[in-house]
Design a protein around this ligand. Structure first.
Ligand code: SAH
Ligand code: SF4
Length: 364
């Protein structure tokens, strides 16, 4: 897999790397702080806008082809429910999708991070971590693309910065959640995803408690993630009540089965008041029956967790159907009845293909 795109972009460099960069250019040490603030906190998009840098230095950098490197907004799609789906083009013209949900999607329910009273105090940005995805879950449109390449940290942070700028968000006054639940499997691009998460915390100023990463179950990385000093919250795409069903809809289950996955979940060191989120995509007649809910209760017993139920968002080439509303409700009440917090995630932006599992490059 080809990994890095050209490093003429400053976006994605951490403080230490910016210090080296300044030093290499014969600049004083304090330039690193100026760059860091300009790129991540002020979210400036061009060298010209960094007024703290001497003009001469700026032009020298431009001559060398150095730029900040925010992704280009290739196209945006507006949903009737306020959701916006952005198609961002990277330096090599690969595109990924990023979704702005002005009122969240209910996915943050029950984890202590929800809401204020103005509707968009709880806006959520859903970020991609790879161009496409290699995991091949049978119900997911992104899977149909295969994986083209990893995104680097700058391209991941860049999506957030570009959306914040487009929406003119003032993070001092407005609250934004980040979910790493767009295209790709973040834990198969672990180092760059983690670097991006740290830059978002330390540079952009989004607290780690307002970020959630979702994994399809890359078990070794779940263990590693638990040891990170700064990290988002963890969501695991469970999606099935037993190995037989899970393997049939998520081939990754052959590599790391439910025993290994639930072991990793049990071992996961939770912070104060933190819970693991289990996502569960309900597929009509496949995993949405009362017997399945009972199995899920047994699986997650003893884990401080909540379950986010997602009714399948259908799409072309997907062989499953959306569950009946009453089965979704019933599934939820069975979990809740067994003492497991369970929430139904509202589909956001279905009309523009922005909902879970619908992200797919629709424009060349
Ligand atoms: N690759 C990661 C994160 C991105 S997918 C992961 O799989 O966890 C984010 C969520 O969307 C996952 O929980 C996934 O199970 C869910 N999803 C995928 N396709 C979907 C679909 N067609 N309808 C509803 N949810 C879907
Ligand atoms: Fe990849 Fe997640 Fe889609 Fe599975 S659900 S194919 S892991 S993006």
């Amino acid at each position: 897999m080809a990994l890095e795109v050209s490093q003429s972009a400053l976006l994605g460099l951490d403080f230490e790397e910016l210090s080296c960069f300044a030093e290499q250019h014969g600049q004083p040490e304090y330039r690193a702080r100026q760059f860091f603030e300009a790129i991540y906190s002020q979210r400036l998009s061009s060298l010209d806008a960094i007024s703290t840098l001497p003009k001469q230095f700026r032009s020298a950098l431009k001559e060398q082809g150095v730029e900040i490197g925010q992704p280009r907004n290739h196209q945006s799609f507006y949903s009737g429910d306020g959701t916006i789906r952005y198609l961002f083009a990277m330096a090599d013209e690969e595109t990924v999708e990023t979704v702005w949900m002005p009122e969240g999607d209910g996915g943050e329910s029950g984890d202590g991070s929800e809401a204020g009273d103005r509707d968009w105090e709880r806006a959520t940005i859903c970020v991609s971590s790879q161009v496409g995805c290699a995991v091949n879950c049978q119900f997911c449109l992104t899977a149909l693309l295969g994986v083209k390449r990893n995104l680097n940290a700058g391209e991941i942070v860049g999506q957030v910065i570009a959306v914040l700028n487009d929406r003119e968000v003032d993070l001092e006054r407005q609250r934004v959640n980040i979910v790493f639940m767009g295209m790709g499997e973040p834990f198969l691009n672990y180092a760059q995803f983690m670097k991006a998460a740290r830059l978002l915390v330390e540079g952009v100023g989004i607290p780690e408690s307002r970020m959630t990463v979702s994994t399809s179950g890359i078990v070794p990385r779940i263990h590693e993630f638990g040891g990170e000093p700064v990290r988002p919250k963890l969501a695991i795409s469970l999606n099935a009540p037993n190995d037989q069903i899970r393997t049939s809809i998520m081939p990754i289950n052959k590599k790391w089965n439910l025993e290994l996955l639930m072991h990793a979940a049990r071992e996961f060191p939770l912070r104060n008041r933190e819970r693991i989120t289990f996502e569960y995509v309900l597929l009509h007649g496949v995993n949405d029956q009362p017997a399945h809910a009972r199995e899920v209760v047994e699986l997650v017993r003893g884990i401080r967790c909540k379950v986010n139920l997602i009714a399948l968002n259908p799409g072309p080439g997907i062989a499953f159907a959306t569950p009946e509303e009453r089965n979704v409700r019933n599934f939820q009440s069975m979990l809740v009845g067994a003492g497991i917090p369970a929430f139904i995630r509202r589909p956001r932006g279905r009309d523009i293909y922005a909902a879970c599992g619908q992200l797919k490059r629709t424009v060349a």
